[in-house]
Design a protein around this ligand. Sequence first.
Ligand code: 5GP
Length: 118
Amino acid sequence: MEDTIFGKITRGEIPTDFLYEDDLCVVIKDIYPQAPTHVLIIPRKPIPMLNMASEEDQSLLGHLLVVAGKVADQLGVADAFRLVINNGAGGGQTVFHLHLHILAGRDMKEVELASGLA
Ligand code: 5GP
């Protein structure tokens, strides 16, 4: 598979502030935030898309959800956030290294699901 900007970030090849990191993932601020709080949870393992994850990734995927909850707590948005995974270009994915978006700080009820992140 091709390397991506997130591969370089997770390997530390592009200096980036990690809001959280552990052996399995890192959390960074999105460069083009779509909400007052917009961070990305990126596994160190470069799975291109969610649908390419396999059984062996089950505990990693669960870990990413647990980290999402902890990071939302840490950022003070645990009571109101949206977690998004875009899958495939038609699903709005632009970086083909699996990642979760945490979006918070604006009224998510007003956000049309059909309009993706924006
Ligand atoms: P996707 O559209 O693939 O679901 O999400 C990719 C996200 O990565 C976008 O929200 C985009 O703003 C963000 N992004 C792309 N390149 C960079 C980068 O170099 N640094 C950071 N922090 N975010 C990036």
